[in-house]
Design a protein around this ligand. Sequence first.
Ligand SMILES: C[S@@+](CC[C@H](N)C(=O)[O-])C[C@H]1O[C@@H](n2cnc3c(N)ncnc32)[C@H](O)[C@@H]1O
Length: 286
Amino acid sequence: MAERPNKAKTDAAAWVGPVGDVWALEWRRTDRSFAGLSSHLNHAIAQAAPEGGARVADIGCGAGGTAIATASLGNHVEVTGFDLSESLIAIAGERAAAMPNCRFVAGPVERTIGAYAPFDLVVSRHGVMFFDDPVAGLAAIRAATRPGGHMVFSCFRAAALNGWASEIATAIIGEPSPAPAGYEPGPFAFADAAFTRSLLDQAGWIDAEETAVDFAYRAGEGDDAVADAVDYFGRIGPAARILKDSPAERRPAILHALRTICEAHRVDSAVDFPAAAWIWTARNPD
Ligand SMILES: C[S@@+](CC[C@H](N)C(=O)[O-])C[C@H]1O[C@@H](n2cnc3c(N)ncnc32)[C@H](O)[C@@H]1O
């Protein structure tokens, strides 16, 4: 049995530093992995955007995929993306350089958003489950939302439903990554819908509703989709963490296990893993 990996904690220091930097280098492949979810999320965002004009905030916007999709609804929509990582904000700015209705702000959103308020709509693709204090974070976002304004965000459901994490960890270390004992910022921090609902409630959001979405997490594609997936998982996610924390002599076995599980998920020129998310909607009281 190999060493157990670190828990999936991904805190602010990680995003400001190495994790954010890797996501900035890998934005095309992270966008690709989320594409099956984005179609659902972007539809929910379009439905929530007021028709006459909307000021929209994208929380934890990363490389800007959701902000850009939202700004593409038209010039009646103005989007401000907020992210901790300077590297990701730089990429987002480059991608949206030709979009006058899209801008980006670096720093912790709970401290920066107030200066740009009020917003009619707050959106996020997997950017809200990394607050050290989630109630304070969600409350700060609500305080920057106009009365009656809406929030639409996505987050992962349980790790066991997300093969890109659980199957990979099991293939490499023989068991899924251990769940933290309590709240810990990370990809699965909002997996429990009852817990997330209580956070939203404590932060003052009302009418919270969640919808389950299953999607294919595209890990690799192309002529050698397996090599693409192995390379991607070697940089982002649980396998990357395990590889980084493992002694050099153990890495070939990890890469072999990774290649085997990716091959098992290859269909023609794509490697897809099961993934499961929530799309939440909520409202700031009038
Ligand atoms: C899983 S990534 C998602 C990025 C992007 N929304 C996407 O879908 O590609 C989470 C993002 O949230 C950002 N983030 C986490 N905590 C934050 C905070 N307190 N303020 C601003 N951004 C934050 C991270 O820097 C990271 O870019």
